[in-house]
Design a protein around this ligand. Structure first.
Ligand SMILES: Nc1ncnc2c1ncn2[C@@H]1O[C@H](COP(=O)(O)OP(=O)(O)OP(=O)(O)O)[C@@H](O)[C@H]1O
Ligand SMILES: [Mg+2]
Length: 400
């Protein structure tokens, strides 16, 4: 009798592999050629050029929807400048950090400090006041007469960290240069939240946005070209059928113009094809991959909800299509079963609107004659998906 594990291992050893280099399909890979972004590359370079002449560039804000090449272009410009810096021995420090990867403002500042060359004993990983950390960053710049550029990617997350700690750190960072007697500091912020600016203090906007560069969405044709480049490097020849490529481009390009999504779709399609021992990626693989990616997204967003949001979602699952009042009763029962204190109906009503925005449930206003109006909610995803997503949550196991 065949062994299921051996079968798979055999297949992997002898089997068809159509992806020749998986790393190239990873989102951190920096391709040699950046297509369709000549202007943007020039603009970012122009804006940072003064650093090579040892003078201070303006602060810069880079904007654009997700997957439009912002991180890629900025990183590429940084690495090209870095190459020249190394040859010239100028005291220039280019520092990149992504605020999404940090859970605290302190962590973010330490990551910037480490890249400036501050060791643990000069800048401990915790325990100082934020203002003190900030001071040490500045004195490092002054001491070394450094010309520093701090790139803060996904800066909207920093804005959130800042809200929590209540500090005016963004403002201080963007104005830090004025405090420096020697050296200089330039801030480059990158954001894909187009409403980000509205949320900022006007003083921060005016200092951070000394210069602004906007990245527009890619169209379907442009996405297709980007995919073709990537395919050449990462897949063996002729392993993607033309209609499959077109569908990838159409799905990712049509809606959002998002190159990351397109490349993800390509990678997952390729993996599905390999798993099915197919020597070509077909349109069906792309369809299947697209579904799978959507499902993974739903699952991740369900898992990320706090407890009471999860309870509300389970409550709806139990009384699908009911009014706010009925959902609230169902939710209260769940709280009782778990021995948790319930939140007020007002809070739950508000929560329902928030969850609706995420697309997991959908609401409909119903008029009930003299009783006025009520809103009825039903699930917009399958209850299997909810069970699957919550099954690892120990506190929920008994009620799902
Ligand atoms: N013009 C391009 N040519 C080749 N690859 C590209 C191009 N633009 C984007 N990509 C690829 O698409 C993916 C997403 O790009 P990038 O990370 O730069 O997006 P972003 O604008 O920073 O998005 P986000 O706002 O979500 O961070 C990366 O894998 C990148 O290599
Ligand atoms: Mg990015």
């Amino acid at each position: 009798m065949s062994d299921p594990i051996d079968d798979l291992l055999d297949a992997a050893e002898s089997g068809k592999s159509i992806i020749k280099n998986r790393d190239i399909l990873h989102f951190t890979y920096i391709p040699d050629t950046i297509l369709h972004r000549k202007n943007e590359q020039e603009q970012v370079t122009q804006s940072l050029l003064p650093i090579l002449k040892q003078s201070r560039p303006s602060n810069l804000l880079v904007y654009g929807k997700p997957g439009t090449g912002k991180t890629l272009v900025v990183k590429k410009v940084l690495s090209k400048i870095q190459e020249r810096v190394e040859r010239s021995n100028f005291p220039i420090k280019l520092v990149y950090s992504n605020s999404k990867n940090e859970t605290t403002l302190y962590g973010l500042l330490v990551s910037l400090g480490r890249q400036l060359g501050l060791e643990q004993d000069e800048l401990p990983s915790n325990g100082l006041a934020i203002s003190e950390v900030f001071k040490r960053l500045l004195s490092k710049i002054e001491g070394g007469k450094l010309n520093a550029i701090f790139v803060i990617d996904e800066i909207d997350y920093l804005a959130q960290l800042v809200v929590k700690t209540g500090k005016d750190i963004l403002y201080q960072l963007t104005r830090a240069n004025e405090q420096l007697k020697q050296g200089s500091l330039t801030m480059v912020g990158i954001s894909n939240d187009l409403t980000f600016k509205e949320k900022l203090d006007p003083r921060v906007i005016s200092s951070l946005g000394e210069e602004e560069i906007v990245f527009t969405n890619y169209n379907v044709e442009q996405i297709k070209k980007i995919l073709e480049e990537r395919i050449n490097e990462s897949f063996i020849e002729n392993s993607i059928e033309e209609p499959a490529l077109n569908l990838c481009a159409a799905l990712a390009g049509g809606e959002h113009g998002d190159a990351r999504r397109a490349i993800d779709l390509l990678r997952v399609s390729g993996e599905l094809a390999e798993r099915q021992q197919s020597d070509k990626v077909t349109i069906e693989h792309v369809r299947e991959a697209s579904l799978k990616i959507e499902e993974n997204k739903e699952e991740a967003s369900l898992k990320s909800y706090p407890l009471h949001e999860k309870l509300v979602i389970i409550a709806i699952m139990k009384v699908n299509g009911s009014s706010t009042g009925e959902i609230y009763s169902s939710y209260k029962n769940l709280c009782k079963a778990l021995g948790k204190d319930e939140l007020t109906q007002r809070r739950i009503t508000q929560m329902l609107s928030e969850i609706e925005l995420s697309g997991i449930i959908s609401g409909r206003l119903v008029h009930q004659g003299i009783h006025g109006r009520t809103k009825k909610y039903k699930l917009a995803i399958s209850s299997e998906m909810i069970k699957k997503s919550f099954k690892d949550d120990l506190s929920l196991q008994d009620i799902v």
